[in-house]
Design a protein around this ligand. Structure first.
Ligand SMILES: NC(=O)c1ccc[n+]([C@@H]2O[C@H](COP(=O)([O-])OP(=O)(O)OC[C@H]3O[C@@H](n4cnc5c(N)ncnc54)[C@H](O)[C@@H]3O)[C@@H](O)[C@H]2O)c1
Length: 254
């Protein structure tokens, strides 16, 4: 028996990176999983299907900042996988960003980060509740970041967007409680996803500073996050909503 048997989950931004690890972990607990990304996630979906016996994992291409695309996505996932119970809002403009002073960031890039990381998340929530509300059940996990409490410099576009994720979670938890839909933020610390590993040796100084600020002083891996993701997706957390769950090795500032 898996913790998510009979459930259907969308994981956005799951073609690669931490999202692919969430998708695999949910599949291992018995959920049917939609691997959603603006990139082609077919290879990832096939890989997870072959690694997790008996799983049903399907790729769907979608730009989450496009309202019509999010509505169609939810219709397609529901039709193909037979329902929807869990939404992991993991997609974000993150790995492609370069550190820059706040007064030098191109304002169109600033808008792009907000439009995917906050507006896109809002649109995904709006599309998913069309299914969650009538069935009086749904689990939304918004992927935030512990950078919002640290105020990491030179990433103001990104950190501000993740502050929006924190705030949006609190509001939606209030608005959706009457429909028995829970909404929580899962906030990772700096995690060795493909994007972060690609920083190369130039990023070692920053990575070491983060490790030193932790109670558990080691690198954080995608696998460190999957347990919390499964918990926040499962009935075990049904009376938790509006919460900010940091998984970051006990960083002293967040
Ligand atoms: N890696 C870290 O250190 C870290 C720390 C804290 C929080 N996070 C958060 O965790 C999540 C995953 O991190 P990652 O390191 O795997 O990042 P990543 O940049 O490698 O992955 C983000 C994914 O989102 C997808 N995406 C981007 N725009 C999209 C759009 N408009 N529509 C659909 N998909 C889109 C990308 O194609 C990519 O696959 C992100 O929300 C990130 O902000 C990461």
């Amino acid at each position: 028996m898996g913790k998510l048997d009979g459930k259907v989950a969308i994981v956005t931004g799951a073609a690669q990176g931490i999202g692919a690890s969430y998708a695999k972990a949910l599949a291992e607990e018995g959920a049917k999983v939609a691997v959603v990304d603006v990139l082609d996630g077919a290879e990832t979906a096939e890989r997870i299907s072959s690694e997790v016996a008996g799983s049903e994992v399907t790729a769907f291409e979608c730009d989450i900042s496009d309202e019509a695309a999010t509505l169609k996505l939810v219709e397609d996932v529901t039709a193909k996988l037979g329902g929807l119970h869990i939404l992991i809002n993991n997609a974000a403009v993150f790995g492609t960003l370069q550190p820059q002073p706040f007064d030098e960031i191109d304002i169109d890039l600033w808008d792009k980060v907000q439009s995917v990381n906050v507006r896109g998340m809002l649109l995904m929530c709006r599309a998913a509740v069309k299914v969650f509300r009538p069935q009086k059940y749904g689990k939304i996990v918004n992927i935030g970041s512990d950078t919002i409490l640290k105020g990491i410099p030179f990433m103001s576009h990104y950190v501000t967007s993740k502050g929006g994720v924190y705030a949006l979670t609190r509001v939606l938890a209030r608005e959706l409680g009457a429909d028995n839909i829970s909404v929580n933020t899962l906030a990772p610390g700096l995690t060795m996803s493909e994007a972060v590993l690609a920083w190369g040796p130039e990023g070692d100084h920053d990575k070491n500073l983060v490790i030193q600020s932790r109670s558990l002083q080691r690198e954080q891996l995608p696998a460190d996050l999957t347990g919390a993701c499964v918990f926040l997706s499962s009935p075990e957390s049904d009376f938790m909503t509006g919460q900010y769950v940091a998984v970051n090795g006990g960083d002293c500032f967040s």
